[in-house]
Design a protein around this ligand. Structure first.
Ligand code: GCU
Length: 674
């Protein structure tokens, strides 16, 4: 076996923790997902009890663990108020009845989730204190986006190569099964198996060249209650067929899609739908024909509708051929400017997938104003689990605290309390085609995620999508206990280390929300002016007086895309949250922050502190030698060395750059290069 089992590496339970009921599983349900639930139970118990257990199919006399599907199950009133049927059908309960434990859901999918939760709690030794346990998933759709290309590479992949494809062949092996178990165990219910950038050869994924092998994936996913989706190229009718255009209103184009989709569903009846990146970074789209994104998305939606399929349409649409001299065009405005006017015009089976921020997965960005703007459109929040701009799984950057902040952001869309969480979970506007998508960070490395600690982001994404009420600490501790070691000695080091790592990374990175300053194309390591005179719309505008982009009404006007009070708060330098100061304002170096420090001193200080924090994390990790598996220890040890070198490079380049710009020395006289 050349891969780890991550959080599904069940350990033997101490004798005193074993209940006799564990040896008597009963399955009162039929169907392939219910069978999967029973199989998962057996696999886990074999490890935890040290012996095989037989599943029985009728109620027993002795204490048992009873797994049942009860379509009529009525959940406790206070838990299910205002919940949709879609959510209730994914919910489950675990409770005690005499000496037995009952795991019950209305559907097989829900039962499987219940069984994974039960097994997790047994392993964590917190089952009994949690019963009765009722889980109502926060998000209806909990989706993974793979950016795997069919040549076997992964766009923005930092964990080896794809385990789905190699050299335009589809791979299917025991790793595929381990993968899907990992996904199902954290609550994922939809997976897009290919990159949003669908290159020419990859358009063939929806044709007979590959469809039978894709079906193998779809069938496997279905046994775990997970839908398979594919990214498609909007110009497929031209690339694959002999249609001269891909105009969404052209009848030949529609016919082409109808035929392709009919065939797709013939082969894969449980196919989930399409993910589309259109008119974005060189991908084709409806703009070529003077059509709107609603025209494009709705055309595909109508074709998929008879089969129950959905269209996930990305809002990552901006001008990537900008002139850096032009200070009026603002990439941050683009998604809102393109999509806001289309609110209410998308079909019911279209979901707009919106990146968390208006730019592109930077270490710090404001929340996209679309979440507070759109009211009559299905929405999905897109985050990047893959650490493209956040250290590429070399540097430690636990992202759950960031995602928690995003979900908790109050958009004021329907007045106070309209958080992103409520909007994308469907609670604000009553949608059920909505949720959260994550660009996954896996590859064929033995540990799946390059850095063992980066698996906490993967695990945490799923857990958070199931329950946005979990704290970043709870998730970190849970992950650590399941994956690294159950000992308090270890969690006491790892949990705070994970939880502080985003803040540490941010300190040695681009300051106060300005973003970028990275090595062009690769996006690892510093290059302060790397994108400054380029076409991508990602500028910091540093000069001898100050730094930052004026996005107030005097500048690009971006602030006006926010509801009040945010519009006024962001527009006012004094009120603007300081971590976003340079995103919204061009600020003089001698401007005093709330700490009393000048902006330039803050930049110097945070960059020194960031390096010190990395040194501290590295030392703390060293104390875990012998306490966590050797393989993981060595992997992370090596990553910390690289992280430290990276942090120092960031510190020295950023500090030197600004010292040279403004000539103001560090008050503490530390080493800054001249
Ligand atoms: C980023 C990333 C690209 C990716 C794009 C997207 O710009 O660098 O590799 O294709 O996001 O989300 O589509």
């Amino acid at each position: 076996m050349n891969y780890t089992k991550c959080w599904l590496d069940y350990k033997k339970l101490p004798e005193e923790k074993i209940r006799s009921s564990y040896s008597h599983p009963v399955l009162l349900a039929s169907g392939e997902i219910a069978e999967t639930a029973a199989k998962e139970y057996q696999m886990a118990m074999k490890e935890m009890l040290g012996e095989s257990v037989e599943v029985c199919y009728e109620i027993m006399e002795e204490p048992s663990v009873c797994m049942e599907v009860d379509p009529e199950y009525s959940f406790p009133e206070e838990k299910v108020k205002n919940q949709s049927e879609v959510i209730l059908n994914q919910s489950f309960v675990i409770y005690e009845e005499e000496e037995s434990v009952i795991i019950s859901g209305r559907t097989e999918e829900a039962l499987l989730q219940g069984v994974f939760a039960f097994l997790r709690m047994v392993q964590l030794d917190n089952l009994w204190e949690n019963l009765p346990y009722c889980c109502i998933p926060s998000m209806p759709l909990r989706m993974m986006n793979h950016w795997d290309d069919m040549d076997g590479s992964i766009e923005r992949g930092y964990s080896g190569r794809s385990f789905f494809y190699d050299n335009y062949e589809i791979l299917y092996n025991d790793r595929t099964e381990m993968y899907i178990r990992l996904m199902a165990s954290i609550g994922i219910n939809a997976i897009v198996i290919n990159n949003v950038n669908v290159h020419e050869k990859e358009t063939y994924l929806i044709t007979d060249v590959y469809l039978n092998q894709v079906k193998q994936y779809a069938d496997l996913f279905a046994r775990y209650g997970i839908k398979l989706l594919m990214s498609v190229n909007f110009a497929a009718p031209m690339e694959l067929g002999d249609v001269p255009v891909s105009d969404p209103l052209d009848t030949e184009v529609v016919k082409w899609w109808e035929k392709a989709v009919a065939h797709l569903y013939e082969v894969i009846p449980n196919f989930g739908g399409f993910l589309v990146k259109a008119d974005s970074e060189g991908r084709p789209g409806p703009f070529t024909y003077g059509r709107t994104h609603a025209d494009g998305a709705n055309m595909l939606a109508k074709v998929l509708k008879p089969y129950g399929g959905i269209v996930v349409w990305r809002c990552f649409v901006y001008n990537c051929g900008q002139d850096w001299r032009d200070k009026k065009t603002d990439r941050a405005r683009a998604a809102y400017d393109h999509f806001m006017d289309l609110d209410g015009t998308f079909d019911e089976n279209v979901i707009l997938q919106i990146k968390n921020g208006p730019m592109d997965f930077q270490v710090r960005e404001p929340v996209s104003p679309l979440f507070g703007g759109l009211k009559k459109t299905n929405m999905m929040l897109e985050v990047q689990i893959a650490q493209e701009y956040t250290g590429q799984q070399i540097d430690l950057c636990y992202l759950i605290p960031m995602w928690k902040e995003i979900l908790a952001f109050d958009t004021y869309g329907e007045g106070e309390g309209t958080t992103v969480d409520k909007v994308v979970s469907g609670k604000t506007y009553g949608q059920t085609n909505c949720g959260i998508a994550g660009v996954i960070n896996t590859g064929d490395d033995e540990n799946w995620t390059g850095n063992d600690l980066a698996a906490a982001n993967l695990y945490g994404f799923g857990r958070l999508a199931m329950d946005t009420g979990l704290t970043a600490e709870e998730i970190a501790t849970e992950w650590c206990r399941l994956s690294l070691s159950d000992s308090d000695d270890v969690t006491e080091v790892v949990t705070p280390m994970l939880c502080g790592s985003w803040a540490a990374y941010e300190k040695y990175n681009a300051p106060l929300g300005i973003g970028w300053m990275v090595t062009p194309h690769y996006h690892y390591g510093p290059d302060v002016d790397g994108y400054e005179y380029d076409r991508w719309g990602t500028y910091h505008r540093a000069d001898l007086h100050g730094i930052g982009v004026d996005r107030t009404m005097k500048g690009t006007g971006y602030v006006s895309q926010y509801n009040e009070p945010w519009c006024s708060i962001y527009a006012d330098m004094e009120q603007c949250p300081e971590e976003l100061l340079l995103f919204f304002h061009h600020v003089p170096y001698n401007y005093r922050l709330k700490t009393g420090k000048t902006l330039i001193q803050h930049i110097y200080d945070t960059h020194f502190e960031g390096v010190e924090e990395v040194e501290k994390m590295q030392q703390q990790w060293a104390t875990l030698k012998g306490k966590v598996p050797d393989r993981a220890f060595e992997c992370v040890e090596e990553r910390f060395e690289r992280q430290l070198a990276n942090a120092k490079e960031w510190r020295d380049r950023v500090n030197t750059y600004f010292y040279r710009k403004c000539g103001i020395p560090d008050e503490k006289n530390r080493k800054i290069y001249e």
